[in-house]
Design a binder for this molecule. Structure first.
Ligand code: PRP
Length: 185
């Protein structure tokens, strides 16, 4: 058990072998979904959490890919639609007429994805789709379309495989649940 402040990193929710198998399946789905690529598929890694998933997915794909990175910051109460999202780092290339795939580790409220879709659409890509390893759909505030989904997960605080607790433990190989004390929850 690892303790981070009041939080206890608990049992494994998804083992690394299951993650790797699902990444391979998602890559096969994505390979099949782009039969007529004109240029390499642009994978947009949404920092920081998606970094490990993006790295594994990129290597599992047989399609030609290019890598891009964006970073967002959420403000306000993310559990309500009054939360807002700001771009901290934008893409550094033009996406016009490109096939673009946003790569997320988790969709929670949907606020980040809703914001990014709107922003990236202003670049006039040829297509704009989303792959998310995890979907915590019980927390959704904004209705977002996930084109490729890894796992549905319950409304638990999770860490590992890119997901952090206070910026730590992103490098855990498995995805764990975090126990939040009742006084903090
Ligand atoms: C996480 C995740 C998504 C976002 C999803 O990022 O990587 O980008 O939250 O949440 P939402 O659906 O409620 O918008 P986070 O803000 O924790 O930053 P990080 O990836 O740098 O840890």
């Amino acid at each position: 058990m690892t303790q981070v402040g009041d939080l206890t990193v608990g049992g494994v929710l998804i083992e690394c072998d299951a993650i790797q198998r699902r990444v391979e399946e998602l890559a096969a789905e994505i390979d099949a979904a782009y039969p007529s690529l004109e240029q390499p598929l642009v994978l947009i890694c949404v920092l920081k959490g998606s970094i490990l998933f993006t790295a594994d997915l990129a290597r599992a794909l047989t399609l030609p890919v290019e890598l891009e990175f964006v970073a967002c910051r959420s403000y306000g109460d993310a559990t309500t639609s009054s939360g807002s999202v700001e771009l901290v780092k934008d893409v550094s290339m033009t996406l016009q007429d490109r096939d673009v795939l946003m790569v997320e580790d988790i969709i929670d409220t949907g606020m980040t994805t809703a914001f990014l879709r709107k922003h990236l659409a202003t670049h006039h890509p040829r297509s704009l789709r989303l792959v998310s390893l995890l979907d915590k759909r019980s927390r959704r505030v904004r209705d977002v379309e996930i084109n490729f989904r890894g796992f549905d997960i319950p409304d638990r605080f999770v860490v590992g495989y890119g997901l952090d607790v206070a910026q730590r433990l992103r490098n855990l190989r498995d995805i764990h649940v975090v126990e939040v004390p009742e006084s903090a929850g």
